[in-house]
Write a protein that binds this ligand. Structure first.
Ligand SMILES: [Zn+2]
Length: 316
């Protein structure tokens, strides 16, 4: 809808060669500013309300999974996972900053090919979240034709997954935050994929918290080498044709970012302010503030995201 209104060039065809279209980002931002802005503003207001305007702030490192030279999974429409990871990670970071937390992006330039140098960049932060998008085992992959080209896909599994490593020195806090994110996403209407735990269909990754879609994956490098609590977040299965479209929807990504923001508020620290944040009825407070903040300007991340993508496109 937004693309048609703004430019005939911004069609789905552009995704087949990667996420290159800055114009589309601007159009989507104009369209989504009202709804997303109100939601983030409400969460910001919630944080201020609970903290009494004191310095409630978490510091979150947001790692962008993969890099340009090895961009991860290729989606059902031929888009590298890295493009999805970068888009979502930037939006999560901006949502955190809008709520007055501190966010540090890792790997945003697409050049972070040394995995061992990622986790140290999170030193001193409260939490490291590595953002990814998922695939399935090769034997479930089929082929289809999209925009005149053959692509691989599987519609068998969908949903989010979360992973923590028992080799991380702060595994309990990692799991606490992973569970909080899974719970927040479930409240927002998302469903855990859970298939990673299956010994036949998945990779036999044991559940750490089945209800909230959290698994143990001890040898994941970025989690194992982190000194701070760390988790890996698979936002959705992009070889699934419908789920890939959902991951492209700015409103869906805004709900994911809001869920992570809500979870971060509840899982980090144990100060009275933070405990109050965990226990209060977030929905009531959000609804009350949403009306009040409805006239706020669009969040700054719209233009920032577009600029970041333009820069990345030039580098690529
Ligand atoms: Zn990945």
């Amino acid at each position: 809808m937004c693309a048609r209104a703004g430019s005939g060039r911004t069609t789905v065809a552009h995704y087949a060669t990667g996420w290159r279209h800055v114009e589309e980002v601007k159009i989507l931002c104009r369209s989504e500013r009202g709804r997303f802005g109100r939601r983030i503003a409400a969460l910001t207001a919630l944080a201020c309300l609970v903290s009494g305007n004191s310095a409630f702030a978490a510091s979150i490192a947001v790692d962008i999974g993969h890099y340009l030279a090895k961009p991860g999974v290729i989606s059902a429409r031929g888009v590298p996972e890295f493009e999805y990871n970068r888009t979502l990670a930037i939006e999560i970071a901006q949502a955190l900053e809008q709520a007055r937390h501190r966010a540090r992006l890792i790997g945003e330039d697409g050049m972070a090919n040394d995995l061992g140098r990622r986790a140290p960049r999170a030193n001193g932060m409260d939490l490291l979240i590595s953002v990814h998008h998922d695939s399935v085992q090769p034997r479930f992959i089929s082929t289809w034709e999209f925009e005149g080209m053959e692509h691989k896909y599987s519609d068998r599994f969908s949903g989010f997954s979360l992973f923590v490593s028992r080799a991380n020195p702060q595994v309990e806090r990692s799991l606490h935050c992973a569970s909080a994110i899974g719970a927040a996403l479930r409240r927002a209407g998302f469903t855990p994929s859970r298939y990673h735990a299956d010994p036949v269909l998945g990779e036999n990754r044991p559940f750490a918290d089945e209800e909230n879609g959290v698994h143990y994956f001890d040898n994941l490098a970025v989690l194992r080498t982190a000194s701070v609590p760390a988790l890996l977040f698979e936002a959705g299965v992009i070889v699934h044709r419908d789920e890939e479209l959902r991951m492209r929807d700015p409103a869906v990504r805004a709900r994911i970012a809001s869920g992570i923001l809500e979870a971060v508020a509840s899982c980090i620290g144990n100060s009275p302010e933070k405990s109050a944040m965990q226990s209060m009825n977030a929905k009531d407070a959000k609804d009350a503030k949403e009306e009040e903040m409805g006239m706020m300007e669009a969040p700054r991340w719209c233009s920032i995201t577009a600029n970041a993508r333009a820069t990345a496109t030039r580098r690529a």
